[in-house]
Design a binder for this molecule. Sequence first.
Ligand SMILES: [Zn+2]
Length: 271
Amino acid sequence: MSAALAPACSTAPLAGTAWQSPGAQASVLHAPLLQSIGVRHGFTTREGGVSSGRFASLNLGRSWGDDPANVDRNLGRVAQVSGFATERLTQVRQVHGCRVVRMDSPAQAQREADGMVTAHDLVLGVLSADCVSLLLADGEGRVAAAHAGWRGTTLGIATEAVAALATLGADVQRIRAVLGPSIGPCCFEVQQDVASVFAAHDPQVVSHRAGRTFVDLWSYNEKLLMRAGLLPEHIAAQPPCTRCDAQRFYSFRRDGANIGQHLAFIIGGSP
Ligand SMILES: [Zn+2]
């Protein structure tokens, strides 16, 4: 990408008030919107782990060939910084769909789904390396985590996550939702087939620059959340762009397959 086309995306290193990492560590970022209502959560970066090469260094993914012992150590680091027991981590086998499942006990990634919801003291975690991660909470112990790639986004997983929280008894107008670090409208270039899918739903999220076509996953998900009943001030939809910031984030678009993955996690139960 030439300088003339350089995106105006959020690469400022934790500047301002939007994203914070507690203490001196740079491994886990917090979103003030969730912190303000006392919800324990985090979005990992690639910094502060033990993995090497294309996985350097805080890789939390286990499907792209990193040494499992290194992933274990990285997860231990995240758990220690964040104050949770790794045995409480609950994941699904992510398949780029829109299914949100209710979790009542810790689980490894056996169930196929892209979202989870719970009111229990579980650490719901989703993996990503450009896809949007969504964390939602009502401030009363009900939480959800979802993985929204472009397919999951168009299938409406954000809507499904809100509905699942409501089924658990959440008041939709109290739900806060945060989009995690992911590929921004500055960098998410698509071909015509993908552009057409988005344009059919919302032409405003498709843009053209210098003969290339881009889609704004952030705006699309934000609109889904508002349509589901969330208040605009309860949505944080301007995360850092993973492709723009190679120091802090993995990016499938930038670096290709067989790289590390970030973990977005949120903890339910009584605050
Ligand atoms: Zn970008």
